[in-house]
Design a binder for this molecule. Sequence first.
Ligand code: SF4
Length: 829
Amino acid sequence: MNKDSHRDLFSRNIDEESFPENKECKRSVKKNDVVDLDDNEFLLEEYESEEEGGIGSLNSKRKGNKFTVNSSSEEEEDEFEEEEEVKLKVYFCSRTHSQLSQFVKELRKTIFANEKNVVSLGSRKNFCINEEVLRLGNSTQINERCLELQKSKKKEISKMKVLDILSSSHPNSSETNNRRMCCWKKKMVFLTDDSVLHLLQNLGAEGKVRRTKASSGCPMLRKHKLQKQFRDEISHQGVLDIEDLVQLGRNIGTCPYYGSRSMITSADLVVLPYQSLLSKASREALGLNLKDSIVIIDEAHNLADSLISMYDAKITLSQLENVHSHIEKYFGRFRSLLGPGNRRYIQTLLVLTRAFLRVLLNDKDGNRLNTCPDAEKGVRENKTFDSSMAINDFLFSLNIDNINLIKLLQYIKESNIMHKVSGYGDKMTTMQKGSAVKENGESCDHGSILSGFQALANMLLSLTNNDGDGRIIISRKRPSSSGQGAYLKYVMLTGEKIFSEIVHEAHAVILAGGTLQPIEETRERLFPWLPSDHLHFFSCSHIVPPESILPLAVSHGPSGRSFDFSYGSRSSSTMMEELGLLLCNLATVIPEGIVVFFSSFEYEGQVYDAWKTSGILERILKKKHIFREPRKNTEIEVILKKYKEAIDNPAPKSGAILLAVVGGKISEGINFSDGMGRCIVMVGLPYPSPSDIELLERVKHIESLGDTSSTEIPKLSISEEEYYGGDVQSGFSILRSCRRRGKEYYENLCMKAVNQSIGRAIRHVNDYAAILLVDIRYASDSSKRSFSHPSSKLPQWIKESLVSATNNYGEVHKLLHQFFRFNKNRNCN
Ligand code: SF4
C-alpha cells in the first residue's frame, strides 16, 4: 500500500460515491442550512517530514533538478509504460498543434508515410475524449482529473488491504480519542468510527469490496483490447495527426492520449509539441528517451525565449488572496484535529502567503520592499509600479529566507493539502450559497481555488532555482486601486543549462525555420559552450523564383510625406492619414487580398479610428472589404472565413484587406497563400515596448553574457536602482546603456517579428506576392548598410530581391503594377 492509497480512504469520491448514507446525511444538513461537514473528508493524514522519520520521505520524487509539486504534471502510472528498447528515433517538435498538423500533412505526401512508424503526441487537453473531464476546460484540471481517475483504479487493492486489517482485528490497531489508528508499514491512517463502519458495510459476503464508480478509472480506458485495436488501426491508416487520432479514439471508444503514448516505443518518428520535448519533467513523464536520437526543433527563431518561458511562474494578487483566505479558514476549522506536522506546515504556508500579499498590497505594516524614494513617487503618481529582485534578495527582504522551501514543497506534494483545502473551500462556498452542485460533485469555485494553489506551488518551486538563473518581478498597482492586475512572477533568464541536457543526450539537434536569422544570439544564449566545429549552418534558397516576390522599402507616401512610425511620431494624424492614402492606392493596384500588420492592437485601433474620422476608411471600402484581427483567438476563424469569402467572391469590389497585429495569432500561425496574401504590408518597425520590465530583465541578462571580467559588466541603470517606474523613457535609457548584446537582442526581437509576419505569404512554388516595408528606416543605400540595419536582418531570399530605395510613391506604384501584370500573365500561360 502506498501513501496515495491511504489518502484515498478519505477522498471525496469514495465518500460520496461509495456510501449513499453519507449523501443522505449531507442532504439533510443542506436542508437545515447548517454547516456540519464530515471532517474526515477534508482532514489531512498526519504528516512528518523526512528528518522526523515519518512518511514524508517515502514518496518524494524529483523530476530533473526540481521537485515536481504540480499535481497536474504528467505524473503517470506504470501500467501504460513499457520497457523502451533503444531504437533510433527522430523527434520532430514545433510550437503549435496547427504547425504539427501541417507537418503531418506534408509528411503524408512522401514515401516515408508508408515506410515509417509515426506517432503524434499532445496534451490531455487536446486528446481527451471523456466529455465529463473535458468539460473542466483548463489543462490543469483535465490533467488532475485524469490522473485522479487513473489512481482510483488502484484504490481497490488498497482498500481491500485496509479492510482486511480492520475486519480481522489487526493486532496493530488501537483506539485513540474516538479514532482508530491503523499502523501499516509505518504509515498512519486515522479513521473515525463512522469511517470504519462505512468501510465494513462495503465488505461483501466474502469480505470483498463492492466495485464502485470511483474505483473503475476512466471509462475510456477500461478495455485494454480497445487500446490494442487503436494501435492496429494506426498501423493500417498510416500517419495521423492529433485530430485524426482523436477521431479514431472516439470511433473505437478508447482514449487516444494513452493510445498514442503507448506507441512511442515502436515509433521511428515522434511528432510532438515544444512543451513535451523541451521540458525535462514532461520528457520523463512521457518516457521519452533522447539518447542517440535526432531532435528536430521547428520554428526555432524564438527557441531561447520559448524555452525559458516554460520555467516562468506567476501568481496574481487575487489568487494569493483566495489561497490565503482558504488556508486560513481551513486551519481555523481543523486546527485542533491536525497533528503537529500539518499544523507547522500550514502555518508556514500562511506566513508565506501573508508575506507575498504584503508585498503586492504595499502594506505599511508589513515588510515593505519599496523603501526607495523613486518607488514612493511611482506609487503616489498612480503609476503601475514594477520592481525586480534576485531570489535571495526577495526572500531576505520578506524575512522568509529561513523557510526550507524544498521541504515545504515536498509537504505540498505529499500531503494532498491542495485538494483538501480546495475541497473544503469548495464545499463551504456551495453550502453557503446553497448553489447547485454540478453533476460531477464540484462547484464552480473549485477550479479557481485549485489553480490558485497550483500557482502558489509553482511560484515556490521557482524560488528554489539558483539565485542568478532568474528574477522575481513584483508588479503592483497604486494603493487606491482594487489591486487588480498586481502579481508576482518569476522569470527564468538562462536557458543554457536546460538546453544542454537535450544536446548532450541526443545524437544531433537540428534547429529549423524559415526565419532563423540572426542565429548568433540563439547560439550565445543556448549553447555558447559548443565548439564551433560542432555547429553547422545550412541555408537554402527559397523555392520560388525571384520574379515571384517583390519586396519594397516604402519610404514615402502618395502625398510625398516620409513614413516614420517610430514611437514619437507614429500617432500624428498626418502619419496615419498618409498611411490611409497609401492603402487607398494599393487597393487599386493589388489584386485579391492584402494583409496589413501593425505593431499592436492599440495602434491598429488608433489608425482605424483616424481613418474613420477622416473619411479615408470609406474611400478604401469602395475598393476592398476591410476585416480586422479580433483580440480573442476564438473569433479568428470567423474573420478569416469572411476574409476568404470576400476574396473568392469580391464583386463589386476587388478583394479584401485584413488589418492584423504583429505577435498576434495571425502573424505567427496562419498561412496566406495565393489570393489570401498577394501583398503583405508591414507598418513601421514593431519594437516591443521598452516599458516591459520582463523584457528589460532579459536585455540586461543577455547584455552580460560572455562578460567574465567584472570590469566589463555593463552599467545598466535598472540593476543599480532595483526599482523601475514602468515608463517608456526609463526603458529607452536602459537600452541606450547597453553596448552590444542587449541592444541587438532588442533589435532582433523586432526583426524576427517582421520576418514571421512577412513570411505568412508565398507558401508554395507557384505562389507570388509583394512585401511592402513601410517606414523610412527600412530604406537605405545598400552600400552603406551596417550590420544592425533592419534590412540586413531580413531572410536572405527577401534581402536579395529588396528594392531598398525609391524616389517617390509613383515609382512604388509602377513596380507593383508591373509585378502583378507579369505574374498574372505568367499564371495564365
Ligand atoms: S484516460 Fe484519456 S479519455 Fe480518460 S480522462 Fe484521461 S485523457 Fe481523458
